[in-house]
Design a protein around this ligand. Structure first.
Ligand code: NAI
Length: 413
């Protein structure tokens, strides 16, 4: 940023970052390099502890999946500017309360793409060789050397349903192993390498030796693979689901595996998943031949954690330094390229009529000119980033902050 060396309204070494739950070191390094004051804690905080910490004046809060960031916590931290979820899910944060308090929340939805794709490839080979069963047998002291129903994957057809971040990576890796790759997506996608898009789900199911699912959880994908779809699949083919548990009808899948219609299946996700590690997980797929069951670990690698640290850390720093909210999960997306020699004001306000008029009047009253301005709104708030030609930003900030519509206002340089 051209302006980042200019005097900031708020010294960087007074920006306080609190990272809980062992957020990866990769994020620590980024914050330290900015000169922010960093405090880290290995565990999650309970609501009262979190409130107390935020009341000390935290500007950036970083959590993983266990800390519950409630409305009370969000409103108790008067200085809190942004929350980073150093994970994929954001259910642990009251996103609406954060939005209403003018606090954008960032996560890292695509940092574990490669980890999932690699596991899919491994499981395709495992299914083709019945590796789960053979390994278990040897662990049990049984020697069952068989070649029956064991195959190379080279030359086989892989059908990918949902050709987004993960699906397209799987396609590239599968092709490198000599597989033919078909994909089906509701969007028009650009096939990678020699991957081929097919026009319908049915066509993909009929043509594939392996089918792998990489769709999001939506009303349209709920139970999109049930009895009729499994019936279309090739005799002895395999199903892999590392997307979401709601996508596959497990009763129908269990029947198809028991009837030997399918040669096996690999599942990482389930309709009902335990909230924490426990014994006694119930699932109709347990104990079936050539069925690989894993506890939602598709994206769980050290590389993914490191990449999450870098991605969320970078989003938070960009927001602090420029006001950019692109990628936020609960905020209007705004990004205004920095302009040399300008003075930036950021304002979050209630989405009520006349706010922009009031703000522009305050600016013109001070004889300043607006050189760049972006406003984005959602039903509850508006977020304005404005570059002024004169160094009246602090004065303007104070005046804007006094408007009854204003939620949060700050200046950058
Ligand atoms: P993405 O958003 O990049 O791709 C999803 C694709 O599915 C998009 O291209 C979209 O157009 C397509 N799609 C949506 N509805 C469809 C439909 N009805 N039929 C066909 N295609 C449809 O998502 P990404 O990052 O590739 O993730 C895919 C899935 O993997 C998500 O459900 C995500 O939750 C899951 N996931 C699982 C992990 C694990 O640990 N097992 C880790 C990371 C992601």
């Amino acid at each position: 940023m051209p302006n980042s060396s200019a005097a900031t309204s708020f010294p960087k070494n007074q920006i306080k970052v609190l990272l809980l739950e062992n957020v990866h070191e990769s994020a620590h390094e980024l914050f330290r390099a900015q000169g922010f004051e960093l405090e880290t804690m290995p565990r999650a905080l309970k609501e009262d502890e979190l409130v107390a910490k935020l009341e000390e004046g935290v500007h950036i809060l970083g959590i993983r999946s266990k800390t519950q960031v409630t409305r009370r916590a969000l409103t108790s931290g008067k200085r809190l500017l942004s929350v980073g979820a150093f994970c994929i899910g954001t259910n642990q944060i009251d996103l609406r309360a954060a939005n209403e308090a003018g606090i954008p929340v960032f996560n890292a939805p695509f940092s574990n793409t490669r980890s999932v794709a690699e596991l899919v490839i491994a499981e395709i080979v495992m299914l083709a060789r019945q590796l789960g069963d053979r390994s278990r047998e040897v662990h049990e002291g049984k020697w069952r050397k068989v070649a029956t129903a064991s195959f190379e994957v080279r030359g086989k057809t892989l059908g990918i349903i949902g050709y987004g971040h993960i699906g397209s990576q799987v396609g590239v890796l599968a092709e490198a192993m000599g597989m033919r790759v078909l994909s089906y997506d509701v969007r028009t996608t650009l096939p990678m390498g020699n991957n081929k898009a097919v026009g319908s789900l049915d066509a993909l199911l009929e043509a594939s030796d392996f089918v792998t699912l990489h769709v999001p959880e939506t009303p349209q994908t709920k139970l999109m693979i049930g009895g009729p779809q499994l019936a279309l699949m090739k005799q002895g083919s395999y199903l892999v689901n590392l997307s979401r548990g709601t996508v596959v009808d497990l009763n129908a899948l269990a029947s198809a595996v028991k009837a030997k219609k399918l040669g096996g299946a690999a599942l990482d996700v389930y309709p009902d998943e335990p909230e924490s590690n426990s014994d006694g997980f119930a699932c109709e797929m347990r104990g079936l031949d050539n069925v690989i069951l894993t506890p939602h670990i598709g994206g769980s690698t050290l590389e993914a954690q490191e990449s999450i640290g870098r991605e969320v850390g970078a989003s938070l720093i960009k927001f602090m330094n420029s006001g950019a909210t692109v990628g936020s999960v609960n905020f209007p997306h705004v990004e205004l390229a920095p302009l040399e020699g300008t003075h930036r004001v950021l304002n979050v306000h209630k989405n009520v009529p006349g706010v922009l008029r009031d703000i522009n009047r305050l600016v013109s009253d001070r004889n300043a000119n607006v050189l760049g301005q972006i406003l984005a709104t959602d039903p509850s708030i508006g977020y304005l980033v404005m570059d002024l030609d004169k160094d009246v930003a602090n004065d303007v900030r104070k005046a804007i902050a006094e408007l009854s519509s204003s939620i949060k206002t700050r200046i950058l340089y």
